[in-house]
Write a new protein. Structure first.
Length: 183
C-alpha cells in the first residue's frame, strides 16, 4: 500500500478510538478498501508502546514511524482477512458435504446468508429470503439436525439460532488480529 503521511494526518490526532476509526474511513475514501473494513487498528494496538511512540514521533514532525506502522498493520490485517475468507469457505465446503440442498432452496440460501449473518431467527429469514414461516422453520430444522445451526435463545417461532462454526472462525480472526479491549 503506497501511503502518504497526509492520509494519516487527521487520523493521528485526538482521542484514540476516533483516530483509529478515521483510519478506516480514510482508507475507504481513498479507494484502498472497497466492501469491508480490515482491522488495521487491531494491528496498531498489538504493541501499545510502539504505537504511542509513533504518535509522539508524528507530533514532533517525524511521520516515518507512523506511516511504517500503518503500512505493516494494514498488511497484517489484509493477511488476517484473507485467512478468514479461506476459513469461512472451508466451513461452507463442509456444510455442502453434510447437506445436500438444491441450489436456490431455502436451506441453500440460508447457508449463504449465515456467512454474513451467523445468528438468525424465522422472522428474519422470512424477510431476507421472501419465504413463509413454515418454509423458514423447516429449513432451520433441517440445518439444526445437520449441526449447522444451534438454538441459542427464545421460544417458539422467535428462537434464535447460531452457526457456531462461523462464530468460531470470527473469534479466531479476532484473536489473530490481536484484538484488545478498552482502547
Amino acid at each position: 500500500m503506497a501511503a502518504h503521511p497526509s492520509i494519516f494526518a487527521s487520523a493521528c490526532r485526538g482521542p484514540g478510538r476516533t483516530g483509529r476509526a478515521l483510519v478506516h474511513s480514510l482508507l475507504r475514501g481513498k479507494g484502498l478498501t472497497r466492501k469491508v473494513t480490515v482491522p488495521v487498528s487491531a494491528g496498531l494496538l498489538s504493541d501499545i508502546d510502539a504505537y504511542f511512540g509513533a504518535l509522539t514521533d508524528y507530533r514532533q514532525a517525524h511521520p516515518e514511524s507512523i506511516v511504517t506502522m500503518m503500512s505493516n498493520a494494514s498488511y497484517a490485517a489484509i493477511n488476517n482477512s484473507r485467512q478468514l475468507v479461506a476459513d469461512l469457505h472451508a466451513v461452507q465446503d463442509g456444510w455442502a458435504e453434510r447437506i445436500r440442498a438444491r441450489r436456490g432452496s431455502a436451506p441453500a440460501r440460508i447457508l449463504d446468508l449465515l456467512l454474513s449473518q451467523p445468528v438468525v431467527d424465522s422472522p428474519m429469514l422470512q424477510r431476507q429470503l421472501g419465504v413463509s414461516d413454515t418454509v423458514a422453520l423447516e429449513a432451520i430444522k433441517r440445518l439444526e439436525a445437520a449441526g449447522v445451526l444451534t438454538k441459542v435463545s427464545g421460544k417458539a417461532r422467535y428462537r434464535k439460532y447460531a452457526a457456531g462454526e462461523i462464530l468460531a472462525q470470527l473469534d479466531a480472526f479476532a484473536v489473530r488480529a490481536g484484538r484488545r479491549g478498552g482502547l
